[in-house]
Design a protein around this ligand. Structure first.
Ligand code: AMP
Length: 446
């Protein structure tokens, strides 16, 4: 196993890594960093959780530290494209951590917020720009970003960008890149469209495949719970009350579903919050921050919103709804068991979701074992969660255990009002007593 010292990174970068207690490079880092330091293009198949952010950030910082050039207004030297605002912000944060002993100016730009501050920062000049494709193009079209000075281009989570419909934007951006540049390309999966894209973008790339699926999936203990739709919430409540659940992400199919699950959890004294695309940028940031700082134990998320969430110590991922796309299963469960830690992924499967389960099992190449601890018939699941009372907000009470009718096609449209961490504290009916363990609440469900 290589050490960071052997990777011959400059002193200030080594120092930051030591401060972060990074000792050995992860496989993607061990393979990507030397190639990138030589100036080669890289095609990395790796998903979040493998250490890929450092894999591309460290050689970039190394280069900027070794050959410093003044940051000129509106002309970044490095462009990193990411599919979501959350990921863009996280990448920028990682760069500021690893680059803290260097005089490197960086910023991130993304949609959903005013562009005024972004434009001002770009005007002052940055070395590294992290961007989502839509906002980048907007700013380029308005003349606030010129890619003529670009030395390095990074495309992160390319497959997700395609899933999100960014291919036309990507093509437009790529057409504006200078001919002479280094390109680093990362994608969890390499479907044909991605391969096509890499062919237009990369020159004789070094291919780094850290076999993320097999590895990350195998590191995670996975279980299926065959459940009735109407029991999902009660069973979730029970699971979250168990001893070993430290921090969990619960995935729902729709935004509406995310809100409802989070609200019900809160009414039962679980510190939960929802995060999805209908929330304002600041509400999403607040929710993530609350989760990161452990003010919130459970994040209820949709796939798009959860993409790129980089938070260590997530003990459990619960698929409240099965993902439609089997690849999303791998992305979802990859949120737990990060950086070698072990994690547990539990998936609720109704009879209507068996087809999704079969597709997942086909993708990962084996059957997911059924969870023996939570048989559907468990007595505790028969009764409604203790807190399923009418909402203070006045929406119509439902029968105990009854799940509301909801759109089943894609993400729900109308969401209940945003509930930042502050909102949920206000709503919480039964706060956990000081010192009360989570599992004491388990009895509430049964
Ligand atoms: P990423 O795949 O870039 O999202 O990284 C996943 C997590 O692993 C992040 O929380 C990083 O801080 C952490 N990490 C990355 N590289 C290392 C390393 N070499 N040693 C320890 N932790 C790391």
């Amino acid at each position: 196993m290589k050490t960071f010292k052997e990777l011959r990174l400059i002193g200030p970068v080594q120092r930051a890594l030591a401060e972060e207690n990074y000792e050995t490079p992860t496989p993607i880092q061990a393979q990507t960093i030397p190639a990138a330091l030589e100036g080669r293009d890289v095609l990395g198949s790796a998903q979040t959780g493998t250490g890929k952010t450092a894999a591309f950030s460290l050689p970039i910082l190394n280069r900027l530290g070794q050959h410093p050039r003044k940051a000129r207004p509106n002309r970044p030297q490095v462009l990193i494209l990411a599919p979501t605002r959350e990921l863009a912000i996280q990448i920028e944060e990682s760069i500021s951590t690893y680059g803290r002993h260097l005089k490197v100016r960086r910023t991130s730009v993304f949609g959903g917020v005013s562009q005024i501050r972004q434009v001002r920062t770009l005007n002052r000049g940055v070395h590294i720009l992290v961007a989502t494709p839509g906002r980048l193009l907007d700013l380029m079209n308005q003349g606030h970003i010129d890619l003529a000075d670009l030395d390095v281009f990074v495309l992160d989570e390319a497959d997700r960008m395609l899933d999100m419909g960014f291919l036309p934007d990507l093509r437009r951006i790529i057409s504006k890149l200078p001919e002479k540049r280094q390109s680093l390309f990362f994608s969890a999966t390499l479907p044909p469209k991605i391969v096509e894209l890499t062919e237009t973008l990369l020159t004789d790339p070094v291919k780094v495949d850290v076999a993320p699926k097999a590895r990350s999936v195998d590191q995670i203990e996975q279980r299926i719970l065959h459940v009735d739709r109407s029991r999902k919430q009660a069973i979730l409540q029970k699971i979250l009350g168990e001893d070993d659940v430290d921090r969990a992400i619960v995935f729902t199919k729709t935004k509406r579903g995310a809100n409802m699950v989070a609200e019900k959890l809160m009414r039962n004294g679980v510190r939960a919050t929802a995060i999805h695309g209908n929330k304002s940028q600041s509400a999403r940031q607040r929710a993530l921050e609350a989760f990161r700082k452990r003010r919130v134990q459970v994040l209820v998320a949709t796939d798009v919103a959860a993409r790129g969430i980089d938070i260590d110590g997530i003990s459990h991922v619960v698929n409240y709804d099965m993902p439609i796309e089997p690849e999303a299963y791998v992305h979802r469960i990859g949120r737990t068991g990060r950086a070698g830690a072990e994690g547990i992924a539990l998936s609720f499967c109704t009879s209507a979701e068996r087809r999704e389960l079969r597709a997942i099992e086909q993708l990962i190449g084996h059957k997911v074992p059924v969870c023996p601890d939570h048989p559907q018939s468990a007595a505790g699941d028969e009764r409604p969660p203790a807190g399923s009372r009418p909402r203070r907000g006045g929406s119509r009470p439902r029968r105990p255990g009854q799940r509301p009718q909801r759109r089943r096609d894609g993400e729900g449209r109308s969401d209940s009002p945003a509930q930042g961490p502050e909102g949920q504290n206000r709503r919480r009916r039964r706060p956990r007593r000081k010192g009360q363990r989570r599992n004491e609440g388990a009895g509430q469900t049964g």
